[in-house]
Design a protein around this ligand. Structure first.
Ligand SMILES: [Zn+2]
Length: 221
């Protein structure tokens, strides 16, 4: 199965940082530098589930920082089991802890697990999404919901939003050049004062457009 090859190549790459930077074609010196990153499958845990999976009062162990300030890949991993008893092990946890647990998978990950109807959602919007069994070293959690395919999105601060002329909830386009080039038409805008400009896409999306090879990239309204 072709997707199995993709899976192996992406194992343990939590965020495959692709150093894609671009300048506006007009060479505007004020243009913010855009970074595009690939998010491999991962989980966010809440305090309650952390207690069950890793033991009461346990904390996430910092492994390496992510691009957005304060976010990090933890050393902790879990195993996720889908409805057909297929599983993916070494599912990385990203910190810090959140109010609600959530698993973000690429579509091929979901198919492997037997979740054929995984919805595309923005992070945190998990009402009515599929659940899964999560196995940690100290216990097992049955997630009633929270398994999503994260919608491609761009993080930016209010100044960068003003530069692009966009508001929270808008969608932008991301044009990727190169041999496998394509344009993503529904890049969700997420604005936060603490954010740094960057696009998050999943491994399927990155593989489809050959992101790791690309130097030519453009974000626009
Ligand atoms: Zn993101």
């Amino acid at each position: 199965m072709a997707s199995a090859v993709i899976e192996r190549s992406t194992v343990e790459q939590i965020v495959r940082q692709v150093a894609v930077e671009y300048l506006r074609k007009n060479q505007n010196r004020n243009a913010p530098v855009l970074t595009v990153q690939t998010s491999s499958r991962h989980m966010h845990v809440c305090r309650e589930d952390m207690d069950i999976l890793f033991g009461p009062g346990s904390e996430l162990t910092f492994d390496r920082p992510l691009f957005q300030e304060g976010n990090f890949a933890a050393k902790e991993t879990v195993t996720i089991v889908g409805p057909r008893n297929r599983l993916i092990s070494n599912l990385r946890i990203l910190g810090p802890m959140r109010k609600r647990s959530q698993v973000e998978l690429a579509f091929t990950d979901a198919i492997m697990l037997g979740i054929n109807d995984i919805p595309i959602r923005l992070s945190g919007d998990i009402a009515g999404t599929p659940g899964a069994i999560i196995i940690g070293p100290k216990g097992v959690v049955e997630l009633k919901q929270g398994v999503i395919r994260a919608a491609i999105h761009v993080h930016m601060n209010p100044g960068e939003a003003a530069y692009f002329g966009v508001s929270r909830g808008d969608r932008m386009k991301l044009r990727i050049g190169g041999e496998a080039g394509l344009t993503f038409n529904n890049v969700h805008v997420r604005i936060d004062p603490s954010s740094r400009l960057n696009v998050h896409m999943d491994t399927d999306e990155a593989n489809a457009c050959g992101l790791h090879l690309i130097k030519d990239i453009e974000l626009f309204k």
